[in-house]
Design a protein around this ligand. Structure first.
Ligand SMILES: [Zn+2]
Length: 241
């Protein structure tokens, strides 16, 4: 029996979508826009991996292709990872780091707001995917720092070298207010401290920059509008990807 080693440098087409589906504000009557959103995801966007927030996956989905937990409390919805049929998806719940045999549970902050899985893709090494919804608990800043702290062991584990992390972080640098720039820059910088790079800064194909971005760079920035004029949603990958 021959064994084919995955080639870490091999290029494969792989489509990832990050989407806050805004479940709780979508009406089901007269038109069911929740169902329409899922139809759009499955028939138009057709990602290999969907990293979803503020969502409730339909019960009709194959449970092997879904990772989802409800945040609960006042939020009967949560973050999810949904893969296309045929891809293997496994939950990553806890990992040991290279420092100890102790295993660290990874989703301690508002459980249900962060979903973590490992996707197996034929021909290449598995990829760890993370869907993040940063709950605003008066502060978005404090929650995101806690989420980064939860994730540190993952990045010191065997699962931390090939990671795609995306979601609604509710932290934006699309401002000229020094308070938000200083805090936001440091907190999003903590994600970079995990070994992640922001996709908007490295993508070769991307929407044209907007001269009217509220950051004031007049077209010299890489910000995307993801909510009104602001960039609240972000996508990161490890340098290896
Ligand atoms: Zn900008």
């Amino acid at each position: 029996m021959s064994e084919r080693q995955p080639d870490e440098n091999q290029a494969v087409d792989f489509r990832v979508v990050s989407w806050n589906m805004n479940h709780w504000r979508q009406p089901t009557r007269p038109e069911d826009t929740r169902a329409k959103g899922w139809d759009y995801l499955r028939t138009e966007l057709r990602p290999d991996v969907a990293l979803l927030q503020e969502t409730v996956p339909p019960a009709s989905l194959d449970t092997r292709s879904v990772i989802y937990r409800e945040i609960a409390d006042y939020r009967p919805w949560g973050s999810a990872i949904v893969t296309r049929p045929g891809l293997s998806l496994e939950t990553i719940w806890a990992v040991p780091t290279r420092f100890s045999r102790r295993r660290f549970q990874l989703t301690n902050t508002f459980p249900g707001s962060v979903a973590i899985g490992e996707v197996a893709i034929e021909g290449i090494a598995p990829i760890t995917v993370i869907s993040v919804y940063n709950v605003i608990d008066v502060y978005a800043q404090t929650t995101l720092l806690r989420i980064v702290a939860d994730l540190i062991p993952l990045f010191d584990s065997a699962k931390g070298s090939r990671v795609i992390l995306a979601g609604d972080l509710n932290v934006a640098l699309t401002t000229q207010d020094p308070y938000y720039l200083q805090r936001g820059g440091a907190i999003l910088g903590a994600l970079k401290g995990l070994g992640l790079v922001e996709v908007t800064e490295i993508a070769k194909r991307r929407p044209a920059p907007r001269p009217d971005c509220p950051c004031g760079a007049k077209g010299a920035c890489s910000h995307l509008r993801t909510w009104q004029v602001h960039e609240l949603d972000h996508a990161y990958v490890t340098e290896s990807l």
